[in-house]
Design a protein around this ligand. Structure first.
Ligand SMILES: Cc1cc2nc3c(=O)[nH]c(=O)nc-3n(C[C@H](O)[C@H](O)[C@H](O)COP(=O)(O)OP(=O)(O)OC[C@H]3O[C@@H](n4cnc5c(N)ncnc54)[C@H](O)[C@@H]3O)c2cc1C
Length: 308
């Protein structure tokens, strides 16, 4: 006879700041809670050495220290953690069956906190210098580049917003864009064109990022002339796309046109008893503090839902 799935009050998908914060709240509310994480607990932030904008730390804290502390705090209150990949969610009446690579689990409520991934460019030097000058977030890392020259790769709204954000800190921002016009909205384009610190390198792609031990050069190639140029920069901000981790959710909860989960102000999705928190939810500002806040809102919502 097939083994019946283990039952929990709440199953949380993803062990980043949103999932960990949700776990602290659900476990403290004495709800039996399982967090399922497919990789290392901590989420996107675990490879970041300096987090300077999470309240409570006068000196910067590394992403791993911050999220390890969150995990210990949640575990202390009784959160269980399973390393497994969630592959689907089935709705059976009021129950949700969370399907994972380590078997199925039944939950009264599910909190989706599986985050997102920033698209990589895949050029030589990108991986080696990530955290050493290569960044995927101007809001997070902009202040580290005060009075330095930096490059932004991309031409959409996110890239141009990042370039404008960086004018507060960097001495010069070169936007490297593979086409001869931007995809960003006209208003953003006008702002960027009016900004003296921003220069746009049209029809150009990044060939290589180099440095020792921090980024000091990016080699770009003009796609029309094939001419290569070296730019002396201390930072390269990648803004070439963003991919929410929603593969296992298709056809279950409503997603918006960029693939993030549609929620209301209570973090409720289109399915009663399924909540979403953090980078994966629509209109997220994609910051740790916001993810942690969402996790708390979702957990309190889950508790109310379970208690009816
Ligand atoms: C390089 C970098 C630096 C950053 N620096 C800062 C900063 O200084 N300050 C700041 O506020 N923000 C920063 N951010 C943004 C911040 O990391 C995110 O906003 C935050 O991590 C979002 O938390 P989350 O819990 O929503 O998602 P994530 O951190 O993305 O966590 C989601 C987790 O879910 C897991 N997962 C995904 N799919 C599945 C599945 N099917 N089954 C099981 N598990 C799954 C993933 O492995 C991951 O661990 C940075 C981001 C990056 C990439």
């Amino acid at each position: 006879m097939a083994k019946s799935p283990k039952k929990y009050d709440v199953v949380i998908v993803g062990g980043g700041p949103a999932g960990l914060s949700a776990g602290i709240y659900t476990a403290r509310a004495r709800l039996s809670s399982l967090l399922v994480e497919r990789g290392a607990v901590g989420g996107q932030i675990i490879n970041t050495e300096w987090v300077e904008n999470y309240p409570g730390f006068t000196e910067s804290i590394s992403g791993i220290d911050l999220t390890e502390a969150m995990h210990k705090q949640a575990t202390k209150f009784g959160l269980e953690t399973l390393v497994a990949e969630v592959t689907g969610i089935k709705i059976v009446g009021k129950q949700k069956v969370v399907q994972t690579s380590q078997g199925d689990f039944t939950a009264k409520a599910v909190i989706i906190a599986s985050g997102s991934e920033r698209q990589k460019l895949g050029v030589p030097g990108e991986a080696v210098f990530t955290g050493k000058g290569v960044s995927y977030c101007a809001t997070c890392d902009g202040p580290f580049f005060r009075d330095k020259a930096v490059a932004v790769v991309g031409g959409g709204n996110a890239a141009i917003t990042e370039a404008i954000e960086l004018t507060k800190f960097a001495s010069k921002i070169t936007v490297i864009h593979r086409r001869d016009e931007l995809r960003a909205t006209k208003i953003l384009q006008e702002k960027a064109f009016a900004e003296k610190k921003i220069e746009i390198l049209w029809d150009s792609v990044v060939e290589e990022i180099a440095g020792d031990p921090f980024v000091n050069k990016v080699t770009v190639m003009n796609v029309k002339t094939k001419k290569k140029t070296d730019l002396e920069v201390a930072g390269v901000f990648m803004s070439v796309g963003f991919k929410p981790n929603t593969g296992y959710l298709k056809g279950i909860v409503k997603l918006d046109d960029i693939g993030t989960v549609i929620i209301n102000e209570k973090m409720e999705t289109s399915v009663p008893g399924i909540f979403a928190a953090g980078d994966i939810r629509s209109s997220s500002i994609r910051q740790i503090i916001a993810a942690a806040g969402d996790g708390a809102v979702a957990a309190i919502g889950a508790e109310k839902y379970i208690k009816g």
